[in-house]
Design a protein around this ligand. Structure first.
Ligand code: DU
Ligand code: SF4
Length: 229
């Protein structure tokens, strides 16, 4: 199958009862406030350049962000931060991200998440992370032929990317590399070395408190391109 088929399959997944209930309950409650737009209320498929050398692994859709718009990091403050930074770095054609039809396009970068459905309090359970992991494996597998680096947003993105790489048979350093802002781990698949870069997540609890600044985010994104090339 192709990436469009994978995205379509993810979009109708119902494997986690708690998350299916939550995404639909939020949609039910909020639909009237956004009556002028379609309300997604489903799992979030990947978004961006199918041939990107960079894969971004976030945590999960936000209840009123991607759960509403159907597009990763779209319609919430996290996305404002992330897409502005990708625009500064040349990966996005515009700095703002409003809804799925806003013309935003990504070049050389695709965005996925460790968990594809919005979880209550942004906290998926261990079981939900495990259930959703095969979708990340498939996305990573699709990306492999052109993939050079992975940007993990937050420790869940980091752990999920490492675990997916391991399941695909890539060489992953042992002991498991520690997550941190600006942390780098070198993974190896059959073709080449892939650089995993950690960044604090762009959630409001980091950006409002100054734990993550624009400058820090730009610095982590800059690490995706090895400086020795
Ligand atoms: O129509 P399409 O080329 O399959 O693109 C679907 C979707 O993906 C569209 O909203 C733009 C986005 N996208 C992108 O951001 N960067 C690309 O290189 C190709 C597609
Ligand atoms: Fe399916 Fe993942 Fe959503 Fe669970 S979180 S229902 S596995 S898409």
């Amino acid at each position: 199958g192709d990436l469009g088929e994978l995205d379509a399959r993810i979009s109708v997944c119902r494997a986690c009862p708690r998350l299916v209930d939550w995404r639909e309950e939020v949609a039910q409650k909020k639909r009237a406030s956004f009556a002028d737009q379609p309300y997604w209320g489903r799992p979030g498929p990947g978004f961006g350049d199918p041939h990107g050398r960079v894969l971004v692994v976030g945590l999960a859709p936000a209840a009123n962000g991607a759960n509403r718009t159907g597009r990763m990091f779209t319609g919430d403050r996290s996305g404002d931060w992330l897409y502005a930074a990708f625009h500064r770095a040349g990966y996005a054609n515009q700095a703002s991200s409003l809804h799925a039809g806003d013309g935003l396009e990504l070049t050389d970068l695709r965005i996925v998440a460790a968990v594809r459905c919005a979880p209550p309090d942004n906290k998926p359970t261990t079981q939900e992370k495990r259930t959703c992991a095969p979708w990340l494996d498939r996305d990573l597998q699709f990306a492999q032929p052109h993939l050079r680096s992975i940007l993990a947003l937050g420790s869940i993105g980091w752990d999920s990317a490492l675990a997916a790489a391991r399941r695909l048979g890539w060489e992953v350093p042992r002991p498991k590399p520690k997550f941190g802002h600006g942390a780098i781990a070198l993974l190896r698949n059959e073709t080449r070395e892939v650089r995993l870069v950690g960044s604090y997540h762009v959630s409001q609890q980091n950006t409002f408190t100054g734990k993550l600044t624009e400058r820090m985010l730009d610095a982590a994104i800059a690490l995706l391109e090895p400086s020795d090339q």
